[in-house]
Design a protein around this ligand. Structure first.
Ligand code: NAI
Length: 481
């Protein structure tokens, strides 16, 4: 372990939402903390906000009063920037602006000792770029916490071109000592989380635009079916469409308009309409008092329909002359044509705890069969959502595209597979990391789903990652390309 010793003072520059949280975190770990903000009174205000937050924890019995007092005692407001001189680590959490960050870090470099580490909490600016004018850029790295910093488990340690490996290592170990799951990432647009998670929003928006289902139904398939904590539409409403759209757009532009990150016109329309989500009272959902949350599309269960004796939802079987299979990306019509038998395809669900499943059927499946199928699902405590005959359905398409992005990021050296999976689990509370999830589904199936969507849409957004192809060929006899 090369974590900073707790006697080393930590300075936090910027006492807003993130800075106040990072100050609390460092003080909680035992460091003396110096909190500075350029706006008069802002650091005192940030410190007071932290005190209030801790007080609530004490009231709810989640923290000892002595501990809360100890944390607050360790946080000192720095009246002027020069007062942070004793710091061995400086975490910058000021406004998200490259020129201002360059200037402030340049000043800080002259104030602290030669061996102090400088870090930025930026969520979207290149670490390499912020470091450009530093005299010693090798001691500078990204230390990207998530909001709220004291609660969210992840910290991305981001290395720019000049960052010394030992500096990244110290930050990694220090983040770990502060109780976080730390991951190493290379400075690239979106780092890990904000890049690899794009398909969660993008596929949902695209499915909505393709009129596959409404937001409530798509959210339900991902939450009640696949086990995500919150559906993409509810989450975008919470983040704010202005913010979420701006992040997508900046990533899209940063990757030279790669269609993988193409923003959504329907989201732009919400922004244009001022329907920014919860904060404006309306986004995809209506938050005005008394408005009911729409229910997801659900098949009625016919009490008279006799359930099948057994039904397999993760492989492929034949029941009463009908193929029932987990989607492999091809449509039910394609499957029916190929086998000469009607086909029912089911969507991906979580291994445990699923309460809903999406399915589709080729046109030659009889209503009586569907009724028995739905009754069988009901017997397994699964609500059924019938979907149009669409390649990859909903949860499978989403998870496969997340995995594709994970493999791509790994191949390009953004981070290793473990870091990518940890980043999405602990930065966004995903039920599984996308690469591990894809391995559990089976890489040939994941590759097949993406290839099928690619073939049917012709959209280069769905081109499989070379790394996914290689990984799939290692676990099967799929020829290498
Ligand atoms: P904020 O607006 O709540 O706080 C920024 C603070 O920095 C303000 O108190 C402001 O007075 C101060 N400040 C501005 N210029 C300064 C300067 N030159 N010197 C000293 N203080 C200065 O912003 P927030 O949300 O805390 O974001 C800070 C940084 O953290 C940004 O780089 C942002 O991208 C990043 N970030 C934000 C997250 C979020 O969810 N809000 C999540 C992760 C990273």
């Amino acid at each position: 372990m090369s974590a900073l010793e707790t006697c080393v003072p930590v300075a936090v520059i910027g006492a807003g939402t993130m800075g106040a949280g990072i100050a609390q975190l460092a003080a909680q770990a035992g460091h003396p903390v110096l909190l500075f903000d350029a706006a008069g009174g802002a650091a005192t205000q940030g410190r007071a906000k932290t005190a209030k937050g801790l007080e609530r924890l004490v009231e709810r019995g989640k923290m000892d009063r002595a501990e809360a007092n100890g944390i607050m005692k360790r946080i000192t407001v720095a009246e002027k920037i020069a007062d942070i001189a004793p710091a061995g680590l400086v975490v910058e959490a000021i406004v998200e602006n490259l020129d201002i960050k360059r200037k402030v870090l340049g000043e800080l470099e002259d104030i602290v000792a030669a061996n102090a580490i400088l870090a930025s909490n930026t969520s979207s600016i290149s670490i390499t770029s912020i470091a450009r004018d530093l005299q010693r850029p090798e001691r500078f790295a990204g230390m990207h916490f998530f909001n709220p910093a004291p609660v969210m488990k992840l910290v991305e340690i981001v290395s720019g071109v000049a960052t010394d490996a030992s500096v990244a290592e110290t930050l990694f170990d220090t983040g770990t000592a502060w109780g976080k799951v730390a991951v190493h990432a290379k400075s690239t647009p979106g780092f890990i989380v904000n890049r690899v998670a794009r398909p969660f929003y993008a596929e949902a928006l695209r499915l909505y635009e393709e009129q596959v289902a409404d937001p409530a139904t798509l959210d339900a398939l991902l939450v009640e079916g696949a086990g995500f904590r919150m559906g993409p539409f509810k989450l975008m409403d919470l983040i704010g469409h202005d913010v979420n759209y701006a992040v997508t757009r900046s990533i899209f532009e940063a990757y030279y308009a790669d269609p993988r990150y193409r923003p959504s016109l329907s989201q732009l329309e919400l922004v244009n309409a001022g329907r920014l989500g919860r904060k404006s009272g309306r986004g995809f959902y209506d938050y005005t008092d008394g408005t009911e949350t729409p229910s997801p599309g659900t098949q009625a269960v016919d009490a008279a329909a006799r359930p099948f004796e057994s039904l397999e939802l993760t492989g492929e079987s034949e029941i009463d002359g009908v193929i029932v299979a987990l989607t492999d990306g091809r449509t039910a019509r394609q499957r029916a044509k190929e086998t000469g038998k009607p086909a029912v395809l089911v969507d991906l669900v979580a291994e445990d705890g699923a309460r809903r499943i999406g399915f589709t059927a080729s046109p030659d499946v009889s209503p009586a069969f569907i009724a028995r199928f739905v009754a069988t699902l009901d017997g397994k405590a699964l609500a059924a959502t019938r979907l149009p005959d669409w390649p990859g359905l909903v949860a499978m398409r989403t998870v496969c595209m997340l995995a594709n992005e994970g493999f791509e990021a790994e191949m390009l050296g953004v981070a290793n597979a473990q870091a990518i999976d940890d980043a999405l689990r602990f930065g966004l509370n995903y039920p599984r990391g996308p690469i591990g999830w894809a391995r559990a589904i089976g890489l040939p199936r994941v590759l097949g789903v993406i290839e099928a969507i690619h073939e049917l849409t012709g959209d280069p957004r769905y081109r499989p990652s070379l790394a996914l192809r290689f990984a799939a060929s290692e676990v099967s006899n799929i020829p290498m390309y």
